[in-house]
Design a protein around this ligand. Structure first.
Ligand code: SF4
Length: 341
């Protein structure tokens, strides 16, 4: 005799209970205001929780609300983002803050998705987590959970099928009298803590009674592997000028390669006026990976004589440390290497 399957709404109830007992204490969870949830969700795009926490804390300490963020200059926003990568997120966040500061936090998906840097996932996350609205979300963790839960092949309308499951979960959540805020966060947390990429803890999973991959002993097959695009190799040479007091020249961003995204970095061309005043100290190479680009950087380090002619702007661009400036990881690595010469 076939046993009656556990109703999906019962699974969601078990998932909510599991979240209540097992959720990590994260800084944006203690006070899930729309502002804090929005900041955390933008930071969490393509970045893991552990890396985000110190950035989030510093960010909301400096900009405690949308008004202070909107009033800040872009360079100080980028400075707090330095090291987190994907700097277009910070610039979009700043642009969106100006809109939100003037018009308030919207309550519809359409309005959220119209903001710079906000896509379907972030809109659903802010609306469901901060406003408890019945909006679906789909992040990498939830994708993994659904793909295993239903043994979904990575073909055809794969993404749309995943979204359909998320929407179904939200409608069942409401029907069962549960909170969309809790269930959506629980799904994300389940993917992060239990339905992990490798060695999932199926024994402790509230979805186990109806998980197809578990029932078919096929957990390791899902999510199906995706074809990874080959890395595109780039090379570049940067020119590093060092004064006698050890400060390095980091001029404001040039209109240069897109991956730098407006952060401070060493220039890609020589300063011709300084040619008579420089001495080449050495060259070194570093490698940086940015999405699907592998960048081989050669840095030429020059000592610049104190006799060299400097404009006022050039003078102020010599810095002893990076902490107050928006900079990318490649710049930080080059900066550290220079200390060894
Ligand atoms: S039972 Fe295992 S594979 Fe299925 S959702 Fe839970 S943790 Fe993931």
């Amino acid at each position: 005799m076939n046993s009656v399957p556990v109703p999906f709404s019962d699974l969601l109830g078990a998932l909510s209970d599991w979240f209540g007992a097992s959720a990590r204490a994260l800084p944006w969870r203690s006070d899930p205001s729309p502002y804090r949830v929005w900041i955390s969700e933008i930071m969490l795009q393509q970045t893991v929780v552990a890396a985000v926490i110190p950035y989030f804390n510093r960010f909301v300490e400096t900009f405690p609300d949308v008004g202070t963020l909107a009033a800040a200059d872009t360079e100080s926003v980028l400075a707090l983002w330095s090291g987190l990568g994907y700097y277009s997120r910070a610039r979009n966040l700043h642009r969106a803050a100006k809109i939100l500061s003037a018009g308030g936090f919207p309550r519809t998906r359409r309005e959220w998705e119209a903001l710079p840097g906000v896509g379907p996932y972030t809109a659903g996350a802010v609306l469901s987590v901060a406003f408890n609205q019945p909006e679906a979300i789909l992040d990498g963790n939830i994708e993994r959970v659904w793909s295993r839960f239903r043994c979904l092949p990575r073909s055809g309308a794969y993404k749309e099928r995943l979204w359909r499951l998320s929407r179904f979960a939200v409608s069942e959540t409401v029907r069962a009298g549960l909170r969309p805020s809790t269930v959506n966060q629980a799904l994300m947390e389940l993917g992060a803590l239990v339905c992990r990429p490798s060695s999932p803890d199926c024994g402790g999973c509230p979805l186990a009674p109806r998980c197809k991959a578990l029932l078919r002993r096929a957990v390791a097959r899902y999510p199906e592997k995706r074809q990874r695009a080959a890395f595109k190799n780039l090379t570049e040479t940067v020119y590093v000028y060092r004064r006698s007091d050890g400060r390095l020249w980091l001029p404001p961003p040039e209109n240069d390669r897109r991956w730098r995204q407006g952060t401070r970095d060493f220039p890609l061309s020589e300063n011709p006026r300084w040619r008579p005043f420089v001495r080449l100290i050495g060259e070194f190479e570093t490698v940086h990976v940015v999405t699907n680009h592998k960048i081989l950087r050669t840095a030429k380090l020059y000592d610049l004589s104190d006799e060299a002619p400097l404009t006022a702007d050039e003078e102020t661009a010599f810095v002893a440390d990076l902490s107050a400036l928006p900079h990318n990881a490649a710049c930080a690595k080059t900066f550290r290497e220079c200390a060894e010469f």
